[in-house]
Design a protein around this ligand. Sequence first.
Ligand code: G3P
Length: 217
Amino acid sequence: MKFFVDSAEVDAIAELNDLGLVDGVTTNPSLILKSGRDILEVTKEICDMVDGPVSAEVVALEADAMIAEGRKLADIAENICIKVPLTLDGLKACRVLSGEGHKLNVTLCFSANQALLAAKAGATYISPFIGRLDDQNIDGMELIADIRTIYDNYDFETQILAASIRSANHMKEAALIGADVATAPPAVIKAMANHVLTDKGLDGFMKDWAKTGQKIL
Ligand code: G3P
């Protein structure tokens, strides 16, 4: 499973990138707002830093305007992935822009039928939002599993990008189901390394090592 970082915070992305844990980045208008940065400038910095795709989202609601915005975002760098919402206009823009050779991430997916439409429109990635479904007492992971089945039934090449991930457990469940990618906030990715028994075991090893009086270097 590839790891994308769901953030527009350059320092947080750089920290994970240095750990070799960044296969790509996803942003959205809310994350751009949170960063306090200009979308074109911050997206360029992120694109220069990471090797993988960097999703940048259009904000127009009508297909022609989405296409124009998508082309402008794609000019930022070669690794831009244009993000469009899962509306009929978004699907139309997806079809046109993917036909031009761009990578497309269709976002705000909350149903298997929406995911089926995105695959038909030539999306590179479909982004089902797990956490926001869980917030509505609907099992977000069930949606990931349904999309996996549908895409496998027809050998669709569209990759499942599990999004709105809120916990390390979400990462594990998405991996068990076979999501191609999971995008998560930096804190969630880092939390995957945590285990109380690791901390306890390391503490014991350090105490015993100190008693040996030895040094490795
Ligand atoms: O990738 C989409 C993600 O940013 C949405 O996450 O936590 O706002 O539902 P959240």
